[in-house]
Write a protein that binds this ligand. Structure first.
Ligand SMILES: N[C@@H](CCC(=O)N[C@@H](CS)C(=O)NCC(=O)O)C(=O)O
Length: 207
């Protein structure tokens, strides 16, 4: 399998964390790309009309797009109830947590584009505030629902998506200091950060 990726993308990170948890990371070749809402990268658009990463190209040549769908694809390849339960309430709780974390990531990426891509004279402060309030509300729920992390062992998709969110907030929005408002989530996150597999996928800007 091949993964069109960006080293700073939180959605790519979530997929990477899930692949690691399932023991599939060694089967994925990573292809560099430069996703940008304005400058479409032909390396991505050749496979994904939306021009977004992550995009997983299967061994059969199918381009699987959207991180949630890629997570489903990987979990179908190497089913593991600890990552994503196959049935019952636990499955829907895990998918719900992923959806909340993903929605907050979407807001954070949108905010990043507002700050890094939109010309300063065309920005609208209320729009940015609206995105930030989605992130704040998601963090409140995730703090209540974050599965107490273990120092070792397999983490579930809800936790992994939350890790991708928190890592991205630290990476792009460190000045917002989310830990002040959410100390319990911060304490749980510190435990997860002790894990080598989590640290190995921390976001960075490729040079
Ligand atoms: N819903 C998609 C969102 C993916 C996404 O927004 N990726 C960003 C990078 S973090 C991207 O490719 N942006 C380029 C663009 O918006 O055109 C997913 O879960 O994979």
């Amino acid at each position: 399998m091949k993964l069109l990726y960006s080293s700073s993308s939180p959605f790519v990170r979530k997929v990477t964390l899930v692949a690691q948890a399932l023991g599939l990371e060694g089967r994925i070749e990573r292809l560099p790309s430069a996703a940008n809402p304005l400058k479409r990268d032909p390396r991505i658009t050749a496979h994904n009309p939306l021009g977004k990463v992550p995009c997983l190209i299967t061994d059969d040549g199918l381009a699987v797009i959207d991180s949630k769908v890629i997570v489903e694809y990987l979990c179908a390849m190497a089913p593991d109830d600890r990552v994503l339960p196959r049935q019952g309430a636990e499955r829907w709780i895990a998918l719900r947590q992923q959806a909340i974390a993903d929605g907050a990531i979407e807001a954070a990426v949108g905010l990043r584009y507002e700050e890094a891509v939109r010309p300063a004279d065309r920005r609208w402060a209320e729009w940015g505030d609206g995105l930030m309030s989605k992130i704040d509300a998601a963090l409140l729920v995730l703090e209540q629902e974050f599965v107490p992390p273990r120092a070792e062992g397999v983490l579930g998709v809800g936790t992994l998506a939350t890790v991708a969110l928190l890592g991205y907030l630290d990476f792009r929005f460190a000045d917002r200091q989310w830990r002040k408002e959410r100390p319990a989530l911060a304490a749980a996150y510190e435990l997860v950060l002790k894990r080598e597999d989590v640290r190995a996928s921390e976001p960075f800007v490729a040079t």
